[in-house]
Design a protein around this ligand. Structure first.
Ligand code: AVJ
Length: 330
């Protein structure tokens, strides 16, 4: 059975209206904090998702290539730890390519497999569903939802034996601050049963030069990805950000072990976000903090999992990236 367009994957106009309302609420809160901020989850509208896919192909952004290389080489080892594997849940499905790699390289029996894709982006879900449509013996279920909500829905479904593997790849964990990451991992753990596992992808600390090139690339794709947040606000919430008046800046915060992205105001401007019902003045040099990408040492990733109640099974490292497999023991 293949649920091509399950109910949980369909966006209704009510969803869209309430999403816009919470976008407006979030802006009213985060844009008036000092320093001003915008949550990075809002990067991923259709254009933002396409720009992110382009970033993954940049020679200066090694994350995706390194992780795919690890999956190609070690999927059979990963799957070997999880026999019999019956369910794979990918949080933040992206293009679905990595999941396909795991299934192929791990020689997972497609007929006995159920795949759940959880993503807030309808564009990402559509791309993933397309990439996985070749697995016609596998049941693919899409959940257009935030991760926690998707996990809760999946956990409440009956599962016919076999182990579950949750994939949280691409260093998406890097967008959480340390307490947030621990809480999130504990949430994943509580949705699993004994014997189930989590495969976590984490980008590793490397030289400042390499890190800054990855987040401030010479083609300006990451700058476009960052500024698109303002484009989105202007379009969806009737904002009037002067795009030209903002510069992309990436900095390496060594104390906090994170790359930060900011939008720095080049000249004082008054901004109105009409549909969110607020306005403010931004001074020259003031900035909006749009993203944190935490970087880890291999031991940090393991310790974070242990603190969240997991048992580390194995870890694979190459190209400045780590895949860590952890299980829920009881
Ligand atoms: C998708 C959150 C892992 O932090 O590296 C890429 C997003 N931001 N370039 C990351 C991103 C700028 C990416 N994550």
């Amino acid at each position: 059975m293949r649920e091509k367009h399950p109910l949980s994957g369909r966006a209704t106009s009510i969803d869209l209206a309430s999403e816009r309302a919470s976008f407006a609420d979030d802006l009213g809160y985060y844009l008036t904090l000092q320093p001003r901020q915008l949550p990075s989850r809002y990067f991923y509208d259709a254009l933002g998702s396409a720009l992110f896919e382009a970033i993954c192909q940049l020679p200066w952004y090694p994350v995706t290539r390194a992780e795919k290389g690890l999956l190609e080489r070690y999927s059979s080892d990963i799957v070997g730890h999880l026999d019999p594997l019956s369910t794979v849940i990918e949080l933040g499905s992206g293009s679905g390519e990595k999941l396909g790699l795991l299934i192929d390289a791990g020689r997972i029996s497609q007929a006995r497999l159920t795949v759940h894709l959880v993503d807030v982006s309808p564009t990402a879900l559509a791309a993933a569903a397309d990439a996985l449509s070749r697995l016609d013996a596998t049941t693919v279920i899409m959940h257009r939802a935030p991760y926690e909500e998707g996990l809760a829905r999946i956990a409440s479904r009956p599962r016919g034996g076999g182990r579950a593997l949750v994939l949280f790849l691409g260093s998406n964990i890097g967008n959480f601050d340390p307490p947030g990451a621990a809480a999130f991992l504990r949430g994943i753990r509580s949705s699993l049963t004994a014997g189930d596992a989590l495969l976590l992808g984490t980008d590793l600390v490397k030289s400042e030069r390499e890190l800054l090139l990855a987040y401030d690339d010479p083609l300006g794709v990451t700058a476009a990805f960052n500024r698109n947040l303002l484009v989105r606000i202007n379009r969806e919430l009737d904002g009037d950000f002067d795009l030209d008046g903002f510069a992309h800046r990436a900095i390496w915060n060594a104390d906090q072990s994170r790359v930060e992205m900011h939008l720095v105001c080049r000249r004082t401007q008054h901004v109105t976000v009409r549909a969110a019902g607020f306005d403010f003045t931004m001074a020259e040099g003031e900035s909006i903090w749009t993203e944190s990408s935490y970087k880890y040492r291999p031991d940090d990733a393991r310790a974070m999992l242990v603190r969240s109640g997991f048992e580390v099974v194995d870890q694979w490292i190459d190209g400045g990236f780590a895949l860590t497999l952890a299980s829920r023991s009881a």
